[in-house]
Design a binder for this molecule. Structure first.
Ligand SMILES: [Zn+2]
Length: 76
């Protein structure tokens, strides 16, 4: 299994996370601060899809309140 002996190659680096790939075991290492979670590519694609779906459904509270205030004006 993958772990400490992995030779990781950086694929992407963001503000809160980085993703590395180990060709020896075919695992993607997703690191956020002191936490690293290992994923098979299919599992990471599924996580990506889940996060994308959640963010597509999510509305910032301030935007939701503005929309609510706007619809109340329309009703008056
Ligand atoms: Zn490895």
């Amino acid at each position: 299994m993958s772990g400490q002996n992995c030779v990781r190659h950086l694929l992407a680096q963001g503000v809160v996370a980085q993703v590395e790939y180990c060709a020896d075991c075919g695992v993607l290492h997703v690191s956020m601060e002191s936490i690293t979670v290992r994923f098979r590519p299919t599992a990471l694609r599924d996580l990506r899809d889940t996060l994308s779906a959640a963010l597509a459904s999510f509305r910032e509270p301030a935007a939701a309140e503005a929309d609510c205030a706007q619809s109340q004006k329309t009703l008056q």
